[in-house]
Design a protein around this ligand. Sequence first.
Ligand code: SAH
Length: 474
Amino acid sequence: MLLTLTTTHQPATDLGYLLHKNPARVQSFLLAYGTAHIFYPEASVRRCTAALLLDIDPIQLVRRKGEALSLEQYVNDRPYAASSFLSVALAQTMGTALNGHCAQRPELVNTPLPLEATISVVKCRGGEAFLRRLFEPLAYTVTITPHVLDEEFPAWGMSHYYTITLTQCCRLSELLNHLYVLIPVLDDEKHYWIGDDEVEKLLRRGRGWLETHPERDHITSRYLKHQRSLVREAIARLVTEEESESEESGDPESDDEVPTAAGTEAAQEQHQSLHTLRLHTVLSLLRESNARSVLDLGCGEGKLLKLLLQEKQFERIVGMDVSYRTLEIAQRRLRLERLPSKQRERVTLIHGALTYRDKRLQGFDAAAATEVIEHLDPPRLSAFERVIFECARPGMVVVTTPNAEYNVNYATLPEGRLRHADHRFEWSRAEFQTWGQRIARQYGYSVRFFPIGAQDETHGSPSQAVMFSKEQDA
Ligand code: SAH
């Protein structure tokens, strides 16, 4: 199988720096299933093409599997059609470029270049239309040449095989990451066993484009070989990565609390101070409960964790979030590596979804979920309830969420719109109380409600909290 990458960026031979491969040489790499050769069919100042030729040995493929041999194992399309083998070869021979590094010419990494990628043969289940649905939303111009099944027998009609050319001005690492994920998706026949780390790979390679791709779910499903539990996990995490992305973007419209005068410093401050107020309300409730071990559910970037760390009372602090990226930010913000080891040992960050039972959440005095529940859609909210109140059962739980009634006070928020694009709901005080009372009754907790922020006589306060305290387990 053959992939060529061409640029007309001047000087075009810069491609050699980006790929860490000298245009004057042919290089060969021995891989588990065959040999990858990288060479440059053309390398001038005006136009440069790098080719990755993957020579797969079908016999070796069969031997590795250790299965009985059949004709199909010898005569198949694997040596010719681009597939997951090509993605593996890309990672193994062009890993540095794929990861967007270039020690010699770092400025090139972030420069959009006129690029063209041609895959000589790709099998596409779903045909031309699917090919376009994958690449066009990523802004490629897609040229597709379909191939007949057999030129000797035109009556047999068309095959599932195509030659495709993708053209765009973008960073080389973007193009390589798109190819890495989408080639096996087109082919829909991964050659290797799919485990948990495949989800990590997909999220890493898909970062920044897969979250919002219109075919996101389809891509995820094929990439993970249709393994339902992995697909579910990946989609949940892609959805939240998209959320935290917009939360970090600083775009006032996508901000959690819609400010009265969008974008002004005063508005930002107002937003900041409401969040600080919320965190301090939660902190004082935790303090008063005499909790020594605390869970921060959906800890985000670790703002509450930071406050908890400052108080000796909290001896064991665990932050959990579904977004790996957010946890990385939390880790950095808390500067854990710089803390003396005694301090550091008090905090643990764990990666997980609050909608799946998890033994790691058991045995805590208290738990907090600040501004998390409104990000869960109704079936997930019921799962969250069971995970926390039926399975983890902390001694007390504090939950905060916006008060929808207060939204009329936000001049720039159109009527009926939620404060944040990713909120699945926002409750009135009555709705929140009905929910809290039901949870308390159902799971054996007592319940108290608190307003957060300055109160308006008619609409209450901007945010609201509930505290559940466990009644003695029977
Ligand atoms: N509690 C933090 C962050 C609130 S934003 C704070 O108050 O600053 C909501 C957070 O919930 C995000 O970090 C998001 O990744 C996380 N989240 C959303 N759904 C989740 C789920 N199913 N499991 C765990 N975390 C989740």
